[in-house]
Design a protein around this ligand. Structure first.
Ligand code: HXC
Length: 259
């Protein structure tokens, strides 16, 4: 049973995993301005919450993960209002998940379009239901993806494929998403939430510092030269050495061998 966090978001924290549910099923969980503001605030809160080791994002209602920006809301605004809103939101929105230190998983349970796919692209790992449908239709609406997809999609699936998908705006299914490497795996619809939660639990059960440092070192691989990334990796490794987590783990291992 999902627990309301705000009027448009549910939040459940259990055994180290925070489950965030985008809860606007009547609008295919499209991103309203209010939901975006709530998500930005919640991400910061979860990153600082010592009880949270990993975060799963999912959509309510079973038909959509998120159908992108709320087009009804946008359609009622003037160009000036949209311009002002974007000036406020852009810098906060484009990295609000990707800058989290806690690992994040998008459990994509249906339509994952436009800004919804851009939100999923900010997550560390994406898992899709077999029923998921993807697409970046922005060019068909007279725009372009403006919340990170032109940079993150080519890094995820390669430049040529990213161009094909963004310039056509065509929809594609979960199997193709998996073949492209856009999602880590595709699972039967009914098992998606359990699978994503189990994956998050496995990650959250590992020493927190190791997980965070490994994630940050992996992120560095996408943004620096190999030499700089290797240097980052070394600093991350050394900071783990200064924690006590590894001692307990290795002592337990050594004890088992002696027994
Ligand atoms: C607001 C939306 C919505 C959206 C769906 N709904 N998508 N409301 N913003 N993005 C609402 C519908 O208006 C409808 O409400 C209800 O959800 C169910 O939608 P249906 O169309 O009746 O369902 P279905 O036939 O199953 O089709 C689902 C769908 C389709 C394929 C997801 O709704 C669709 O194509 N939606 C638009 C997707 C999209 O183009 N997103 C924007 C991406 S661009 P009512 O009240 O009528 O029942 C982006 C960047 C911004 O995100 C671009 C700037 C312009």
């Amino acid at each position: 049973m999902a627990t309301p966090h705000t009027s448009e978001l549910d939040l459940d924290i259990e055994r180290g995993v925070a489950l965030v549910t985008l809860n606007r099923p009547h609008a295919m969980n499209a991103l309203s301005i209010q939901m975006r503001a709530d998500l930005i605030e919640l991400a910061t809160k979860l990153d600082r919450d010592a009880d949270v080791g990993a975060v799963v994002f999912i959509g309510a209602g079973g038909k959509a993960f998120c159908a992108g920006a709320d087009l009804n809301e946008r359609g009622q605004k003037s160009a000036q209002e949209l311009y002002d809103e974007r000036r406020y939101f852009r810098s906060r929105w484009i990295n609000f998940i990707s800058s989290m230190v806690k690992p994040t998983i998008a459990a994509i349970n249906g339509y994952c379009l436009g800004g919804g796919l851009e939100l999923a692209l900010q997550c560390d790992i994406r898992i899709a239901s077999e029923q998921a449908t993807f697409g970046l239709p922005e060019v068909t609406l007279g725009f372009l993806p403006g919340a990170g997809a032109t940079q993150r999609l080519p890094r995820a699936i390669g430049l040529q494929k990213a161009k094909e998908l963004i310039l056509t705006g065509r929809r594609f299914g979960a199997r193709e998403a998996e073949e492209l490497g856009l999602v880590a795996r595709t699972v039967p619809h009914e098992t998606l939430l359990a699978g994503a939660t189990e994956l998050a639990r496995t990650i959250a059960a590992n020493p927190r510092l190791s997980v965070i440092q490994a994630k940050l070192a992996l992120n560095a691989s996408q943004e620096t030269f190999v030499s700089g990334g290797l240097q980052f990796e070394n600093e991350a490794w050394l900071s783990c050495l200064l924690s006590d987590a590894w001692k307990g783990k290795l002592e337990r291992f050594a004890g088992r061998k002696d027994a």
